[in-house]
Design a protein around this ligand. Structure first.
Ligand code: M6R
Length: 629
């Protein structure tokens, strides 16, 4: 989704802004732009005969539809020297991707420029008012309306911070913004509500602004996170923070732990492939320091203050979106089987608006890689408002969901840059496995069973590595066979039904092939009508409790000439006779199978997408973190 970068200091701003924007490309975007405040020496006549040079500042805007490299080319055509500027990558919400709709946007007088993540929900109301006052608009965006509104207040107050503050008091919606003005050349004003914003404190009186710390950690690790309804005026001499209701506040400087190498490709062609290959390590990292094998138990630091609530909970509610939702669905199966607590799972976007029943003794888990997904955040807030304990299962440290939750568990997968989530999914499943054992041990699970589950789980990273080692080249070849299919069906049962959903989501996200995931037995209730000799059907069929049933489903596909690609357990001779293609995965306990069975599906999507020439790391129309509802 949209990205923000800002810089003020003593160095040339353009390269800092462009490299920051490149670090944000993974979030998904369709256009990019910069606003710079350029110092121009200007000759003024002093006594009618002689003249002297004074500095005046000019607002320069460069923006275009397309990639940051297009913006770089545009910018190189006529370089501007500036030590203060803001940059943006836009993911279209209001108005098509176009040069005009790209950010930054300016006010009526073109004195100031703004970049904005989020949505101004009441923009048409404000726009009507401004139109009546003679304003004219170039773009179709809500952001330009906000620029004009700030401009109105700026003309009146001659103070940029105050102008931004007053305008934001009229805004309904979500924003992370940064604003510069030609006649306030020594400050950037930024603010947040519902869309993350971080300010980096450099070593040399220089400051950075970003919607994601990844954009600035090459320069500094000292950061201030703005919270909702807070704003900052950032100048070369420091940062002043206040709320948008004008109460001055003091913010803590925190240290970001993220390593630069972790956000680089490390020799792989794409971040997605790198992240698929990181999984043996990231699964291990999700367990690190949390397992007490001898006691058959688990310690999750961020839940220690809530053990009574978890022990007494009559019901758990899991809420999430996309891939995180699929992890949650597997979590429901695991927890209900081993801890015998009812678990409701719901898409966050549904939960937040349907007036759900929430009891005081419910415990809610929000699962989110980014920790910024607007629907998940809103669903968590709604659950909290209604009395539930709200806990997060989150990857990004310091993200909004992490900070707003009553407690929670980090999955420790490291930065996930590829838009299609891979390693975060298996880390979420690992944490849900730990949670299952912990909740089970609070209830009916014996120490012996806890121990044997832990032993199995500890072997999963090595098994994940063997899948990568043994299956990747075969999957790459298979991708050549199936890359031109128009549709795919994914089937699975029990723990592997959500894996089928996830496999289908991965394929459609990055290859643009239509794919559906189904519980295998549901096929005969409708989707079977689609099966013919052109339909590849991926069946996740490990040897578990429902294995024989899945074999029958495979027979049903074959009888209609569908092409079966099976994900099966090593040593399964029977399935070789039924399926056209088989990818083997090592045996494990059924509840841990999804951590392994999803890996071949990730690879299959990746190789099909690259065979079709798709941009796997930045698929069209998709954003890494969906901060609008
Ligand atoms: O950051 P989150 O886990 O909250 O994101 C949720 C979904 O937007 C995300 O999983 C999305 O479906 C991915 N593109 C999946 O690959």
């Amino acid at each position: 989704m949209c990205g923000i970068v800002g810089y003020i200091g003593n160095r040339e701003a353009t390269p800092i802004l462009l490299s920051g924007l490149k670090r944000l490309e993974y979030r998904g975007y369709d256009s990019a732009g910069l606003a710079l405040l350029e110092d121009l020496p200007r000759a003024v006549s002093t006594n009618g005969h002689s003249s002297s040079l004074i500095n005046s500042t000019r607002l320069v805007i460069e923006k275009c539809k397309g990639k940051v490299t297009d913006l770089e080319t545009l910018s190189a055509r006529s370089p501007h020297h500036s030590t203060i500027g803001i940059g943006h990558t836009r993911w279209a919400t209001h108005g098509i991707p176009s040069d005009t709709n790209s950010h930054p946007h300016t006010d009526q007088q073109e004195r100031l420029a703004i970049i904005h993540n989020g949505i101004v929900e009441n923009y048409s109301h404000i726009k009507d008012r401004l139109l009546a006052r003679g304003h004219t608009f170039r773009s179709e965006t809500d952001t330009e309306v906000l620029a004009h509104l700030i401009g109105e207040f700026y003309a009146e107050k001659q103070n940029l911070t105050e102008a931004v503050r007053l305008a934001l008091n009229e805004v309904v919606g979500a924003y992370g913004i940064a604003v510069v003005a030609a006649d306030s050349p020594n400050e950037i004003v930024c603010a947040r509500k519902g869309s993350p914003l971080v300010i980096g404190v450099g070593n040399d009186n220089d400051y950075f602004i970003a919607s994601d710390a990844a954009a600035i950690i090459a320069h500094t690790r000292q950061v201030i996170y703005l919270s909702d309804n807070e704003m900052a005026t950032v100048s070369r001499s420091g940062i002043k923070t206040r709320t948008i209701s004008n109460i001055e506040i003091t913010k803590q400087v925190e240290v970001v732990e993220m390593e630069l190498e972790a956000i680089e490709k490390g020799g792989f062609d794409h971040f997605m492939l790198k992240e698929i290959h990181e999984q043996p390590q990231t699964i291990t990292d999700a367990m690190r320091g949390r397992v007490i094998e001898e006691e058959g138990n688990i310690v999750l630091g961020g839940l220690q203050n809530h053990l009574d609530a978890l022990r007494q909970a009559k019901r758990l509610i899991i809420t999430a979106c996309g891939t995180s939702f699929h992890a949650g669905l597997i979590g429901k199966y695991m927890i209900e089987q081993y801890a015998r607590v009812p678990v409701e799972i719901e898409y966050a976007s549904e939960f937040r608006y349907r007036n759900p029943i929430v009891n005081d003794d419910d415990v809610m888990f929000g699962i989110s890689q980014s920790g910024e997904t607007a629907d998940t955040l809103a669903a968590m807030r709604e659950g909290k408002r209604k009395g539930a304990l709200a806990l997060g299962i989150v990857n990004v440290v310091g993200s909004t969901i992490a900070r707003e939750s009553d407690g929670g568990v980090y999955i420790h997968a490291g930065p996930e840059i590829g838009v299609a989530s891979t390693k975060a999914f298996t880390s979420q499943l690992t944490v849900l496995s730990l949670l299952t054992i912990m909740l089970g041990r609070m209830r009916h699970l014996s120490v012996v069973d806890g121990r044997s589950m832990i032993r199995e789980l500890l072997e999963v990273p090595e098994k994940a590595q063997s899948i990568l080692d043994d299956t990747e080249s075969k999957i790459e070849e298979m991708a050549q066979i199936f890359k031109d299919a128009a549709n795919f069906l994914y089937l699975g049962r029990g723990y592997n039904y959500p894996v089928a959903l996830e496999g289908a989501l991965k394929l459609k996200e990055i290859s643009y092939i239509h794919a559906e995931g189904y519980p295998a037995a549901e096929m005969k209730h409708g989707p079977i009508a689609l099966i013919d000799e052109n339909m590849p059907v991926v069946v996740v069929a490990p040897q578990d409790d429902v294995y024989e049933k899945v074999l029958s489903n495979i027979q049903e596909v074959r009888a209609r000439k569908g092409h079966v690609i099976a994900i099966a357990t090593e040593g399964d001779e029977q399935i070789k006779k039924l399926a056209e293609q088989v990818i083997f995965i090592p045996q494990t306990l059924p509840l841990f199978t999804p951590i392994l069975s999803v890996i071949p599906l990730q690879l299959l999507s990746y190789y099909i997408a690259t065979a079709r020439g798709c941009n796997v790391d930045q698929p069209r129309n998709l954003a890494k973190s969906v901060t609008v509802e």
